[in-house]
Each structure stands twice: as C-alpha cells, then as structure tokens.
Design a binder for this molecule. Sequence first.
Ligand code: GDP
Ligand code: CA
Length: 352
Amino acid sequence: MQITVLAGGIGGARFLTGLRQHLRAAYPDGNGGSTAEVTVIGNTGDDIRLYGLQVCPDLDTVMYTLGGGISAERGGGREDETFAVKQELAAYGAEPTWFGLGDRDTATHLVRSQMLAAGYPLSAVTEALCARWQPGVRLLPMTDDRVETHVIIDGDSPGTRKAIHFQEWWIRHRAAIPAHGFVLVGVDDAKAGPGVAEAIRDADVVILPPSNPVVSVGMILAVPGVRDAVREARGPVVGLSPIVGGAPVRGMADACLTAIGLEVSAAAVARHYGARSAGGLLDGWLVHTPAAAEANESAAADDAHYVAELTAAGIRTRAVPLLMTDLAATTAMAAAALDLAATLRPAATPGG
Ligand code: GDP
Ligand code: CA
C-alpha cells in the first residue's frame, strides 16, 4: 500500500499522525510499524529567507510533528522552545521582528542553510534532517527550486497594488489586510522535486488532507507537473475538508478563500478542486458531521447536507466527524478517507 499526501503545515501534519496510527493497525509489519508506505509532498511556498537562513515552516511542522518534537501548545515550532536569538536580533534592531524564530528551531535552519550553501538540493537536505527525526514517512519538498508565496494587497497610493511575503501577511498582519490573490514567485522556472510526480502517479491512494486549499495544497498544485500528476494518478484521489460549518477549524484560511473569490464552505473547496471525472482533481471528499454523541447539540456544525449535491457533481462525498481533537479522532478520519478510497475506482487516465 503506497499513499501519497499533499500537505501544508499544522492541518496536514496532524492528519498524518492519524494516518500513521491507522496504518499501523490496518497494515501491521509485526514490529509496531506498518508495511504501508506514506510519501508526503510538502509545501515550500511558505519558505522565507531570514538573516541568511532558509526557513521551511511547513516541512518542519511535518517533520517535528511526526518526529515527536513539535510544540503541542503552539502547534508549530519546537517544544521547550526559547527565544534568546530573537531577542538579541531585536536588540540590534534587525528586521523582521515579527517572525517567531526559536533557538532550537534555529539549529534546523542553520543545518539546512549550510547544506544548501554547500550545494545540496532541498530534497537531500530534508532527507538529512529527517534522519534525526525519523518521521516514518518519506517527506519530499514539492520542488527543489526556490519559490515563495506572496500576497497581493493594496499599494501605498490609491489604485496601486503591491506584493508582500505570505509570512508577513499571515503572521505580522494576521491575514487582516484584504488580499487580492496569491502568487508563487519563481514557479515559472520551478520543476517538481525528484520523485514527486512519480509518488503521485503511482500511489494506491492520493490524499488531500485538511490543509489550507489555497496557500498549502494550492501552491503544491501550482508547481509545474503536479496538477497533471494528480489528474493522471493511478489510484483514487480523496480529500478531507479543512472547512467545517463555514469556518476553518484553526487559523485564517477563510481570508485565503475569500481572496480568491470562494465561499468559505466545505462544498466550495470541493468544487474548487473539482471532480476528476470533469477535469478536476477529486474522486472522493469528506465533509464534517458531528459524532453521534454530539449530534443533538443544535449548534454543532454539520456539513452533511452537501453530500448529495457534491456526489451528483461527480465527487463521491461522505460525512464523518472531521475534528482532529485527539489522536483517536484523527485516526478515524484517516480510516474514513481510506474507506472511501476503497469504494472508488480511479478516473480513466487520458489514453488509458
Ligand atoms: P498550516 O500550513 O500550518 O496553515 O497548515 P495546513 O495548511 O496544513 O492546514 C491548515 C488548515 O487546517 C486550516 O486552514 C484549517 O482549516 C485546517 N484544520 C485545522 N484543524 C483542523 C481540524 O481539526 N479539522 C479539519 N477538518 N480541519 C482542520
Ligand atoms: Ca503553512
């Protein structure tokens, strides 16, 4: 069993902990692990160069989360983190001051930057970093080329526009400045990282986890060849909605959807990805419905009413609980995604 997941940071990484747990039970290797293999295609659009360091927040979130080094409280960055370097930089007046560069995290960025400077591609550097963390998945950056997500916002004088780095918009401005769109700077000259297209095409199942559809999964899909690889994937492609009851469960993904003209709903995200049978990406989709015990709380978000219309539109949709409140709930989500995949035959590939 080969599974390929297109992941951003926190949402993707949490989902992967549940997937790993499910696979240990469903495909045990007899040693507490699994015979199933998971390849994660990681978003590098969030990457930023700070003080000469190459910082890859989403790759690191996946690596630390699966490697047991994540800060559970902050969801990103290292546990037991300290910020002496950040404070010293601020004392020099060094910009930017809004990025939460932790001391432990800085060691990762130093090793990465040193290896990149020595000429290793990001994919090889990521593999080397993962040798320490043993995430139990093959973590592949979407590209070895330097790309950065920038956000188009209003310029300083009326009628003009400018672009700022995604991290500046997201962290410094808390996504509160209206955005007109997102661009992946450098994408025209970028190509998919080694093994990326093959991992998608040849997987038994491709999963779009509950990651940000615009700036996480959307940027992975923007790398030349990746979207086509998903369309041509041999196995079924299933996604899990990151939007529950009209809102992102954590974070500010609603601002990203609004910026590209989408409604903030599980159905709008599914239609944005599109049905593979109609030239899009998805064969199956999971939306949220509360667990039985919570079902009579009238205030509980429930997206089950989208099942019929999305299924009619060619995306086989099921409603299951999609809140990653603990490992058991997250594991059940992964099991539900693979259950749905098992009912799906892959769309006919062009010429196939
Ligand atoms: P980021 O790079 O750290 O923003 O992480 P991702 O792009 O991988 O995922 C972020 C998205 O995860 C958010 O926009 C949320 O919509 C989604 N998310 C977070 N927690 C949950 C959850 O418990 N359930 C679901 N369905 N989505 C979640
Ligand atoms: Ca991210």
